[in-house]
Structures are given as structure tokens and as C-alpha cells.
Design a protein around this ligand. Structure first.
Ligand SMILES: [Zn+2]
Ligand SMILES: [Zn+2]
Length: 368
């Protein structure tokens, strides 16, 4: 085990991309390799030596799309972290851990009523814990929220970084949906970094049917091997065509046309419109994807359908061990969905992932 370093090596977002509406000029964002001091650890805090940090769509939003971070730049991005505790609270030292992407305050009314995943005072690495983020050699975090990794077999610790965000968000979403064995589930955006885990999680929790909808055929074919029973390619199709295809699948396979639990993971207007068109009697639409689109819907239909639209955010740290267990038992496959790259490729990796969503979640490993 490595000791306590003198400095933290990090890839700092010195400045995000700035777009000037008036001049239509874009000032490119800047990522720079820096050395920052190791902070004095407060009671209960630990220093984690980073094994891997996943590149999430949210990081790209901060860097390219004007989404503001709570702690102002310069700061290090990255909130999908696995690693080993090297300093701080003695009971954690030497343990391999996953750092939850959002860490609740545990004091407020939301935290005390099991809604801590949306705690208003929550801390998120690479966003709201000062300058610290996962694209670093080390990161200081509260020990209380860590998820210990045991018995990982051949799965590299770096790969398990995806449990910190992409693989846990779907579990919280399933909880919000009150997903039960035998449920019928549709996943809009099943090919995405989070979406494919929504399909896998639903199946692992006993969903009878999972229908995946997205636009990339290669990724849809992959989804059929990991959770999806049926897929619909929505590329160049209008909403009506997609919903007709959906109804055909139901008819041919004796599936009901009511009670579907629909997970919208794209956050895009097109995906939201498909999701809303599929929402039927006693159905539930769970909004997992974030976007700024304004999508129209006759909300009176919710009354007529006795249906629900529910938002979901992050995942309670308490659920992490459950998800990790599903991953380690092979009920959720991460190995086919992870690509590891050296952290020094951060700038080109960001650019590439921003241009075209990658086939696999890219996890960056420190190579300072
Ligand atoms: Zn994320
Ligand atoms: Zn709280």
C-alpha cells in the first residue's frame, strides 16, 4: 500500500468552455496538470488513493456546456471514483472502497426521512467538495459514506468506479419506481452509460420484460445480451412509429398495454416524447436523464390514466453495497461496458466523448 503523499497530483479544470452569445465566440475550456496540497483531514475523513474515475456525461456538461459547478473553477472534476484508503480514520486504512457520487449531510429532514439522495446539503466530488475531484492521484472524502469492496475476484478495482454513479443511479430509480418482480419495463436510452445499467438492474430485480429503445443498432444488439428482451431502434422514426412498434411487441408476446414502468434516461426532448407517448393506465414514468428541453404533455392524462411521473436523483449510499453485490455476483455486468485509459488522456478523452458517446464507459486511471 502506498503511503501518504506530500501533494495531490491532479488534472484541474482551470476554466470551463465559455460561449459568448453576443459575439458567438467560444473560448475553449482548459484542463491542466497541477499539484495541490493534501488537506488536513478532519475527524471522520479519509484520503483515498484513486484507482479509477469514470468520465460521466455530467463532467462533459460542466466542461463544455455551461453547467455550473457548485465550487467555482479551478477545481478537479470526476465523481465516479474507486480506490484505496491511505490516510485518515484508522478503521478505513488499507481498505478498497467506492466513493458515492453524492454524499448526504445526514442531518437534515430529507436525510432523516430516507430522501437523503436529494439532500440539499449533499457533497459531490468534482462539484461541491471544494477543489477536489476524482481525476487525481488522491481525494479527501468523508469516511461514513464509503462502500467497502470485498471479494472482487478478477474485476479490477478501477472498473468498479462505475458503481459510484452509472451503476447505482439505476438502483435508486428502480426504488422510486417501486420496481417489483414480474413488472414490465421500458428503457428509453438503454444504450447510454446509465441506461444500459437501468436495463440490467431491472432484469436483476426480476422484471418480466425489458424493452429497450435507442438509436444505435450496435449498442441495441449489445443490450439484448444484457437485460433487454426486445429493442426498438428509434432512429429516423417519429413517435407514432415507435409507439406502434411497441404495441406490436406487446400484442405478439401477450404483454399488457397498461402498467408499464418507463425509464427515460436520455434527458433529450425526443426521448421524453417517446416516454410520454408510452405512458398508459396505471403506468409510471421515471425521469432518470437530465436535460433542459421543455416537453409538452396534457397532464390531465395522468388523472385519466391514474399514472405517475417521477423524478429521481443519485443514489443513497446505503444502497451501494446491494448494487456492488449484484455486480460481484454477475447479476449486473460491468466488464463489457468499461474501457480503461490513462488519466493523462483526459483532454482528448473528454473531446472524443463529447463528440460521440463512447461504446463503453471510459474510466481514467492515474498515471502522474
Ligand atoms: Zn455522473
Ligand atoms: Zn441532508
Amino acid at each position: 500500500m502506498a503511503g501518504i503523499p506530500d501533494k495531490i497530483q491532479t488534472w484541474q479544470m482551470v476554466q470551463p468552455t465559455v460561449y459568448n452569445r453576443e459575439t458567438k465566440e467560444t473560448i475553449p475550456g482548459k484542463l491542466e496538470k497541477k499539484e495541490i496540497p493534501v488537506p488536513e483531514l478532519k475527524a471522520g475523513e479519509v484520503l483515498v488513493e484513486v484507482a479509477g474515475c469514470g468520465v460521466c456525461h455530467t463532467d462533459l456538461g460542466y466542461f463544455y456546456d455551461g453547467v455550473p459547478t457548485v465550487s467555482k473553477p479551478p477545481l478537479t472534476l470526476g465523481h465516479e471514483i474507486s480506490g484505496t484508503v491511505v490516510a485518515g480514520d484508522p478503521k478505513w486504512i488499507g481498505k478498497e472502497v467506492i466513493v458515492p457520487a453524492v454524499m448526504p449531510c445526514r442531518q437534515c429532514i430529507l436525510c432523516k426521512t430516507r430522501r437523503g439522495n436529494r439532500c440539499l446539503d449533499q457533497k459531490m466530488p468534482g462539484n461541491s467538495i471544494g477543489i477536489y475531484g476524482g481525476f487525481s492521484s488522491h481525494i479527501p472524502v468523508p469516511g461514513i459514506d464509503l462502500c467497502e469492496v470485498k471479494g472482487r475476484g478478477n474485476i479490477p478495482l478501477s472498473h468498479l468506479a462505475v458503481v459510484a454513479d452509472a451503476a447505482t443511479t439505476p438502483y435508486q430509480a428502480a426504488k422510486r419506481a417501486d420496481l417489483q418482480p414480474g413488472d414490465n419495463v421500458a428503457v428509453i436510452g438503454i444504450t447510454g452509460g446509465v441506461g444500459q445499467y437501468v436495463g440490467q438492474t431491472a432484469k436483476a430485480l426480476g422484471a418480466k420484460t425489458v424493452i429497450g429503445i435507442a438509436r444505435n443498432q450496435e449498442k441495441l444488439d449489445r443490450a439484448l445480451k444484457f437485460g433487454a428482451d426486445f429493442v426498438i431502434n428509434s432512429k429516423d422514426k417519429d413517435i407514432k412509429a415507435v409507439s406502434t412498434e411497441f404495441k406490436d411487441i406487446c400484442k405478439k408476446n401477450g404483454l399488457p398495454n397498461f402498467g408499464w414502468k418507463i425509464f427515460e434516461v436520455t434527458g433529450a426532448k425526443g426521448g421524453q416524447e417517446i416516454a410520454l407517448s408510452l405512458l398508459g393506465f396505471i403506468g409510471k414514468l421515471i425521469v432518470v436523464g437530465f436535460g433542459m428541453a421543455k416537453t409538452e404533455y396534457a397532464i390531465g392524462r395522468l388523472m385519466a390514466f391514474d399514472a405517475e411521473i417521477i423524478g429521481t436523483w443519485g443514489c443513497l449510499p446505503e444502497y451501494y453495497p446491494i448494487v456492488l453485490d449484484m455486480v460481484l455476483k454477475g447479476k449486473i455486468n460491468i466488464e463489457s461496458f468499461v474501457e480503461v485509459r490513462p488519466m493523462s488522456s483526459i483532454a482528448s478523452t473528454f473531446a472524443e466523448a463529447h463528440k460521440v458517446p463512447p461504446m463503453k464507459r471510459i474510466v481514467l486511471t492515474p498515471d502522474f
